[in-house]
Design a binder for this molecule. Structure first.
Ligand SMILES: NC(=O)CC[C@H](N)C(=O)O
Length: 303
């Protein structure tokens, strides 16, 4: 299989795509970004890396960070985490408030905002926000094997200034006894984790441990990695998760910065970035590009 040629073709097709989606405009710093860029990077189990497009440009990883905080929380707390957050797809928008009251402050899964806020709250126990963010950056740098990964302070401030919905989720969970810390402290940490910037190539490298391949960095026990992949498949694209599984057939986690990390278990870690989003808040061209990659490679887990 000529992955370099497949990526070059997808890159050219995406550069010419007329309908590029709309950037997330509810975070002012993200609203300023153009829908022009496209990048894809593939790290294979054999240790090769292929890229196309603006793969060295850093972008806001946003909710893709939820994957890594979940990995840290599971490593630290184990299955105890599941008393505070569920493992079912929500079928609702990532920032929905509706379900949370009905389910008494236990979010459906760790990838919607409420669930990720609980996960961050859990790893804050006994630590300062600075320490948690330091641990997250260390985890990412070790997973990627690169040090140049940072938080964009302007994006974090922009989220903080407009984060009323997330604060509402946190306050409600606090009222239900499912938040250990002050909502402002937990959300402040969450906003900073979302504001981490990485390049598409760095993100693909950071995802290598999720391949569960013997040649790849081992950050978690294989059983945990398998379960994180299951959650990515069922919940990684919010109310677009079913459509992503149908079209791509691989576990993935998206963010409103337009990034998606996709895993072909045992085969490859794939990152894609294009800032324009679809109606569910997932990268429009990113989804199309991984759909084409999965078709060209036959990597869908469904054969
Ligand atoms: N889906 C996302 O990427 C959402 C993350 C964003 N920081 C928010 O809280 O709204």
């Amino acid at each position: 299989m000529d992955l370099a040629a497949i990526l070059a073709r997808i890159g050219a097709e995406m550069a010419a795509a007329p309908d590029r989606g709309r950037v997330a405009d509810y975070i002012p710093e993200l609203a300023r970004i153009s829908t022009e860029p496209f990048a894809m990077a593939v790290c294979t189990a054999e240790g090769e890396t292929f890229t196309t497009g603006a793969a060295e440009t850093a972008f806001s990883i946003q909710s893709v960070s939820k994957l890594f905080t979940l990995a840290i929380a599971l490593g630290r707390l184990g299955d105890q985490l599941w008393t505070r957050v569920g493992r079912e797809p929500s079928g609702l928008a990532f920032n929905s408030i509706l379900q949370l009251e009905h389910e008494r402050g236990i979010p459906r899964n760790p990838f919607i905002n409420a669930g990720a806020i609980v996960v961050t709250d859990a790893i804050l126990a006994g630590h300062q926000p600075r320490e948690v963010l330091g641990e997250l950056l260390r985890f990412l740098r070790e997973a990627a094997g690169e040090d140049d990964i940072h938080i964009n302070k302007a994006v974090a401030a922009s989220e903080q200034a407009t984060g009323d919905r997330n604060l509402a989720l946190a306050h409600f969970m606090r009222a239900q006894g499912n938040l250990l810390h002050d909502p402002v402290l937990t959300c402040g940490t969450y906003f900073h984790q979302c504001a981490i910037e990485m390049s598409t190539r760095q993100l693909a490298r950071a995802g290598r441990f999720l391949m569960n391949a013997p040649t790849m960095p081992r950050m978690l026990a294989p059983g945990r990695v398998r379960r994180i992949n299951a959650l990515m498949m069922t919940c990684g694209h919010y109310d677009g998760s079913g459509d992503f599984a149908y079209r791509v057939g691989l576990p993935g986690k998206s963010g409103v910065g337009g990034g998606i990390l996709v895993i072909a278990p045992g085969r490859a870690s794939i990152a894609v970035w294009s800032p324009g989003l679809n109606d569910q808040g997932n990268s429009k061209l990113g989804t199309l590009a991984v759909e084409r990659l999965a078709r060209a490679t036959g990597w869908s887990v469904f054969g």
